[in-house]
Design a protein around this ligand. Structure first.
Ligand SMILES: [Cu+2]
Length: 159
């Protein structure tokens, strides 16, 4: 089979572009730690309020300088709904739903996950900007879905 010279160049250019796209994808996964939010464990929604750590939702300092943020999602609120974190801190969120599927989004960060009943959703967010950050449920969860939200106040940065 004869392939014209320009056609061969075009085939090579397309192959190179495809390889570059795959390489960029792999570099993003490896370099930026791109990953789906994981279901780290399963939990019975009926037992959440009596199961550690979800029996005491809140913000807890970790040994590595970050924070564990334990949250419960329910119709139609996050618990805690308001919290404070120092700027530059990495928050390790663990979120569980006691009822239906909820969403968890913090605009302008990498936080964008679903909170599925029966699973614990884990994600990490590093807060680099001082100020209030909205927490939004972006998964329709009932008639009052639009009021479901919270706020993370990122404070500090005196240095
Ligand atoms: Cu909702």
């Amino acid at each position: 089979m004869k392939i014209e010279r320009y056609e061969r160049w075009f085939l090579i250019a397309v192959a190179v572009a495809l390889l570059l796209a795959v390489a960029a994808l792999l570099a993003t996964i490896a370099g930026e730690h791109a990953a789906f939010p994981e279901s780290s464990e399963r939990i019975d929604p009926a037992l959440i309020s009596s199961t550690a750590p979800f029996d005491q939702p809140g913000v807890y300092p970790r040994d590595d300088g970050g924070y564990d943020v334990i949250m419960i999602a329910r119709t139609w609120a996050f618990e805690p709904a308001e919290m404070e974190l120092p700027v530059g801190a990495t928050a390790h969120f663990r979120i569980a739903s006691v009822d239906v599927v909820h969403g968890f989004k913090i605009p302008d960060t990498n936080a964008n996950a679903m909170i599925i009943p029966g699973q614990v959703t884990e994600l990490e967010v590093t807060f680099d900007e001082v100020g209030p950050h909205s927490v939004i449920c972006h998964e329709y969860c009932g008639i009052q879905h639009h009021i479901m939200g919270g706020v993370i106040n990122v404070v500090g940065g005196e240095g």
